[in-house]
Design a protein around this ligand. Sequence first.
Ligand SMILES: NC(=O)c1ccc[n+]([C@@H]2O[C@H](COP(=O)([O-])OP(=O)(O)OC[C@H]3O[C@@H](n4cnc5c(N)ncnc54)[C@H](OP(=O)(O)O)[C@@H]3O)[C@@H](O)[C@H]2O)c1
Length: 301
Amino acid sequence: MKAVQFSEYGGPEVLHVVEVDKPHAGPGQVRIAVRAVGVNPSDWKRRAGLYRDFEEVTFPSGVGVEASGVVDEVGSSVSNVSVGDAVFGHGDNAVAQYAVLTHWAHKPDDVSFEVAGGLPVVCETALRALDEVGVKSGETLLVSGAAGGIGSAVLQFARLRGIIVIGTASVQNHDYLRGLGAIPTTYGPGLAERVRKLAPGGVGAALDIAGSGIVPELIEIVGDPSHVLSVADFSAPQYGAKFSYGPPKDLERVLADVARLCSEGLFHLRVEQTFPLEQTREAQEVSAKGHVTGKLVIAVA
Ligand SMILES: NC(=O)c1ccc[n+]([C@@H]2O[C@H](COP(=O)([O-])OP(=O)(O)OC[C@H]3O[C@@H](n4cnc5c(N)ncnc54)[C@H](OP(=O)(O)O)[C@@H]3O)[C@@H](O)[C@H]2O)c1
């Protein structure tokens, strides 16, 4: 089968389409014929070696941690799924014609493979961040980096929980944020003043999703570091704020809940651009520029 791999850290040029044997589903796993794979910033960060201090990569390494597709092999002790079922979920080396999933849910018929392939990481991260930052219904949450994958998910889950959200994005994304139920503002100098005008009663909590070095400013705006959380800035704890990183929580429950919400029209993932497997380099380059609105997806024929 075709797969995308890299055998050294480096730029997008280290990614290659190669022919490899199909993987097999181990106990508690399924193998899928892959239809779509979500592109995450972690894909290019891992490839560039930014995680090398805390995460070991065995070369050659595959790419991609989430996918949708059709089950074609079921591992032992798996009883909730059959060959031929359409599913989406988490796994490794997903940018390939076949991949093994470790956690999955059935894909609703009315959710496309492209959308389903991009749901797992952003939804799990968004729900974990909302739970851990400690914000309640009726309170206001400031979200820095609201228009990307995680931001788009945070805004929708927050709205469902009755949380008022002020989200930052560049001006061309403000209508997008409004569509997701948030009050938009720009990022950059003067943020505290803009937020004060939008929320004269103050904000109860803030999430740093963009990782733009804004944690101290968010603490000043909220007035309490314990209600500021970053998913992208490892230095957050130095300021008394929280940093949230895996291990991911309740993966299968989250996937099943998200499938239901999508089906009920209560959750929507905008796929900004779809790339063929052969253009994984280009997909990672777009991701690394840091201005994705919604999600990038690799479609596998
Ligand atoms: N800790 C965890 O568990 C975990 C899990 C998954 C991902 N992550 C990390 O979370 C981060 C976000 O992931 P993602 O998938 O949401 O990324 P993404 O989709 O690539 O996010 C891009 C968004 O960032 C916005 N942005 C760029 N510069 C900004 C700035 N200075 N201030 C505010 N917003 C800015 C852009 O808005 P404009 O286009 O409007 O500029 C764009 O909408 C990444 O660093 C990723 O590695 C962490």
